[in-house]
Design a protein around this ligand. Structure first.
Ligand code: AMO
Length: 424
């Protein structure tokens, strides 16, 4: 069967009247008089297979194949009007689907989110779910494109570590032979150290936080897009972050058009510029709305809802009290050179200028109540010519909520992990 060319269903248009070999799952089957119409998909595209009763053996096989089974078809591509169909010459059932199916892959009978996650592979055949994860893949591709274009080097830092990077709390402990180890909460200190020789770096990876949060925006395993650059301060890091958000929002509607049509959703427009307010101004705004809050308090969900209402869209909150920020952030008296990037009431990213001076960094570690000795492996590098630097970490799963218009972070993560869920 050499004369049949193996192609994807997205390529059919270029093979009208030619003999092709295709694979796919049967999404739908309709019998109209003496004809069976099968809709098959392969993950890239879809087509119709038209089987006439006179092709007896194929007709009987098609009749017997259950929806969602994988078939292999050799046939001719035919076009009439706007419709492309394949007229099968040979038809094989490659992998049968058992019925009843645990979820409806056409999406017509909606399944609960836990059920979708339990049967994630099959749920990826639901057009809306499929579109979400295609867009996630696209966002990852565009992210790499952006950071590579601006001159960053992609890095991979360890996820099994011996010291906390974000302070002592929320750490998952791991039995590591005869030693204690932890799962990384972020690549923080490693990414900072890498700017010594690489200039600007980025990493896209999963991190772990033992937070007992049951919200629509927290997971115990989340994906972060981390950036770190030498010779810049927090303003430079915000420029890179604003550029990243613009790059994504300008390109993803175009490159992901077919998926947005399925989702019936338009992502926010790329911001011209991103507004900035100081933490102290945020406190004033929140106070004006009648909420009791003092300078130095963290912004809880009620406070963030007020800001979402009053400011909205993308905005930065800058110059946070140093008491609210981690030890590695550059201190300016009671304040710090730091920022959070918000979208309405959702924190997407945080970052800042880093403390690059060995003595000051050590002092900050002690002041935050941490044990400087356990950080010595990291700290020593700050003695050998550490450049001033700044960076940020951005929660990719949270960004995906905005890029896909979903509400719950579990909808945009293949296998979400929260305090109750570690399977599947
Ligand atoms: P931070 O702890 O603010 O900063 O985390 C950065 C971003 O990561 C996302 N994020 C989460 N997403 C889902 N579930 C979670 N449990 C979770 N925790 C954090 C958020 C958040 O804004 N090292 C610093 C960043 C830096 O300064 O470079 C850090 O980790 O979107």
């Amino acid at each position: 069967m050499d004369e049949y060319i193996k192609i994807r269903l997205s390529e059919l248009n270029g093979y009208i009247d030619r003999k092709v070999h295709i694979y796919g799952w049967i999404e739908d089957k309709r019998i109209l008089g003496n004809i069976i119409f099968l809709t098959i998909r392969d993950g890239w595209g879809k087509t119709q297979i038209t089987v006439k009763r006179e092709d007896k053996s194929i007709y009987n096989l098609a009749l017997a194949t259950r929806r969602q089974s994988i078939v292999s078809i050799y046939g001719r591509v035919n076009k009439y009007g706007d419709t492309i169909e394949v007229i099968p010459h040979k038809y094989y059932i490659v992998s049968e689907a058992e019925h009843p199916l645990p979820i409806d892959p056409t999406g017509r009978t909606p399944a609960s989110l836990p059920k979708l996650i339990e049967y994630r592979p099959l749920s990826l055949r639901i057009p809306v779910v499929n579109a979400i994860f295609k867009l996630r893949g696209l966002a990852l591709k565009l992210s790499r494109e952006y950071f590579n274009e601006i001159g960053c080097t992609e890095i991979n830092t360890p996820k099994i570590i011996s010291t906390a990077t974000e302070g002592g709390a929320d750490l998952f402990k791991v039995d590591y032979f005869d030693k204690d180890a932890y799962l990384a909460q972020s690549p923080q200190l490693y990414k900072e150290e890498m700017v010594m020789g690489l200039g600007m770096v980025y990493e896209i990876a999963q991190y772990y936080r033992a937070e007992k949060s049951h919200t629509r925006k927290h997971l115990t395993e989340f994906t972060s897009v981390d950036f770190e650059g030498a010779y810049i301060n927090y303003e430079g890091a915000m420029e890179v972050l604003t550029g990243y958000i613009k790059y994504l929002l300008e390109r993803i509607p175009r490159e992901g058009k077919e998926y947005y049509e399925i989702l019936k959703y338009t992502p926010p427009q790329a911001p011209g510029d991103i507004k900035t307010i100081k933490y102290s101004e945020a406190i004033q705004i929140i106070k004006k709305e009648g909420k009791e809050i003092r300078w130095g308090d963290d912004l809880d969900s009620e406070a963030l809802s007020i800001l979402a209402e009053r400011i909205g869209g993308f905005y930065y909150i800058i110059d946070w009290p140093w008491s609210l920020k981690p030890f590695y952030i550059m201190r300016k008296g009671d304040l710090s050179e730091s920022f959070d990037l918000m979208y309405n009431d959702l924190e997407l990213s945080s970052g800042g200028t880093r403390e690059h001076r060995y003595r000051e960094l050590k002092k900050n570690i002690i002041e935050k109540g941490l044990n400087a000795e356990t950080f010595e492996y990291h700290l020593r590098h700050y003695k050998y010519g550490m450049p001033p630097h700044a960076g940020f970490g951005l929660g990719l799963d949270r960004l995906m909520l905005i890029l896909t218009g979903r509400e719950n972070i579990r909808e945009v993560v293949l296998y979400p992990r929260d305090p109750e869920t570690i399977v599947p």
